[in-house]
Design a protein around this ligand. Structure first.
Ligand code: SF4
Length: 233
């Protein structure tokens, strides 16, 4: 089990250790073509975690996720519902850029899975915002197409997910922008609902979310636990 310590400082240290391991990672062939690994940004105490597909050209160059045009739109959508990007942990299914921004290959997703699993287990977010179909497919087994489930919360494995279209999709299809704005308003409502329902944590023992985190073994059927795959855990 990779739930990790309750102490936020120790959890942050472990999150930083994952980032270091991502930057040195050679688990799949993408390490040969990337400029650098992009582990994710944000505090371990984040109530909201956003998961996209993979780094693009700007992210690969700068080492941070969602820093291009899609990232600007994400920032605007978050600010539109009163959230600061600095309070959110933002990452991707893949931590290294695929050449020409092609879709992730199944073997790349499998190789990179322990990093995202370990990040989620340490952060314990109230809500995981799934940005696009690749994040949805990676974290919610058997989910319907994103065209049918966007904007509707999914409760699975003891976690709460909200699938939305990837912001890049709205850059290419302006008709999706209104849908994205509606879905982000639903995100605001969902966070408020969960926050109101959250039990007061016992002194000195609870993390910031109060949500139970399932064993990592339960999140990826047939996949070894992150604890077994990552040297750091
Ligand atoms: S995509 Fe993931 S598994 Fe592949 S090299 Fe990058 S960090 Fe490692």
């Amino acid at each position: 089990m990779v739930e990790g310590p309750a102490d936020p400082l120790e959890r942050q240290a472990r999150l930083d250790a994952i980032a270091a391991e991502v930057r040195a990672c050679t688990r799949c062939s993408l390490h040969r073509t990337r400029t650098q690994g992009v582990p994710g940004t944000g505090p371990v105490t984040a109530r909201l975690m956003a998961v996209g597909e993979a780094p693009g050209e700007n992210e690969d160059r700068l080492g941070r996720p969602f820093v291009g045009a899609a990232g600007q739109l994400l920032t605007e959508l978050l600010e539109g519902i009163g959230l600061s990007r600095d309070d959110i942990f933002i990452t991707n299914v893949l931590k290294s850029r695929p050449p020409q921004n092609r879709d992730p290959l199944p073997e790349e997703v499998a190789a990179c899975a322990p990093y995202l699993d370990a990040q989620i287990a340490l952060i314990r977010p109230l809500v995981i915002l799934l940005l696009g179909r690749h994040a949805l497919g990676r974290l919610v087994a058997g989910a319907p197409p994103i065209s049918r489930c966007h904007g509707s919360p999914i409760r699975a494995d003891g976690r709460v997910y909200l699938p939305v279209y990837h912001p890049a999709a709205a850059l290419y299809n302006g008709g999706l922008l209104a849908t994205l704005r509606d879905d982000f308003r639903r995100l605001r409502e969902l966070l408020d609902e969960l926050e109101a329902d959250r039990p007061a944590p016992p002194a000195g023992s609870a993390g910031p979310s109060g949500l139970a985190v399932p064993p990592a073994e339960a999140t990826e059927e047939g996949r070894p636990a992150a604890a077994q795959q990552l040297a750091l855990f």
